[in-house]
Design a protein around this ligand. Structure first.
Ligand code: GLN
Length: 193
């Protein structure tokens, strides 16, 4: 199984490390031709405006869009989730791929809670709570179509969702020792092969 990790900006090395720990081949992606033979792709957290611009500059955006439409499993975390969305409330400097039917608000948590941790109930990962690390995180304001909500904060805010083979989390599973979210993504990847 070969998983690409978009490596133009942000926390890509951490995703590569988790995927390697789980025993799959993880490849940093910077060139369009590297997208050709992947079984799945991770779009990491970072700064969505930078990743967005670099994806366009490196001619990656349109190919990733096509691959998503052709059912390539994609896992977006934090900025990566923003880039998957088809609607974002603050579009300044960000051109999302628009492949997932979610409306996302960037930097959605106020100053005091810009970064925080929350224990999340994520039923698809089992009963044990998942350590959610939120860093200037976005939230999902609305899901449409066949999008399934995977996790909410205690106040009901949606912070993770799935649409077919697309997976989005507002937090950073790659910054924890808990690899269940990545494992879940790899199960989605395995289903499609
Ligand atoms: N605030 C960032 C953005 O809007 C996302 C932060 C993150 O990925 N940790 O792109």
């Amino acid at each position: 199984m070969k998983i690409g990790v978009l490596a133009v900006q942000g926390a890509f090395a951490e995703h590569v490390a988790v995927l390697c720990k789980l025993g799959v081949e993880a490849v940093p992606i910077r060139l369009p031709r590297q997208l050709e033979d992947l079984d799945g792709l991770v779009i990491p957290g970072g700064e969505s405006s930078s990743i967005s611009r670099l994806m366009l500059d490196y001619n990656l955006a349109s190919q990733i869009k096509n691959l998503a439409r052709n059912d390539l499993p994609i896992f977006g975390t934090c900025a990566g989730m923003i880039l998957l969305a088809n609607e974002i409330s603050d579009r300044e400097n960000v051109e999302p791929l628009g492949v997932m039917k979610i409306r996302v608000r960037r930097n959605a948590f106020g100053r005091q809670t810009e970064s925080f941790e929350a224990e999340l109930a994520i039923p698809v990962l089992g009963e044990k709570l998942f350590p959610g690390v939120f860093i200037r995180a976005p939230l999902i304001e609305q899901v449409n179509g066949d999008v399934e909500i995977l996790a909410r904060l205690a106040d009901g805010t949606t912070v993770a969702a799935r649409q077919g083979k697309l997976l989005a989390a507002a937090f950073h599973p790659e910054l924890t020792d808990d690899s269940r979210f990545h494992q879940f993504f790899l199960e989605i990847v395995a289903e499609g092969r």
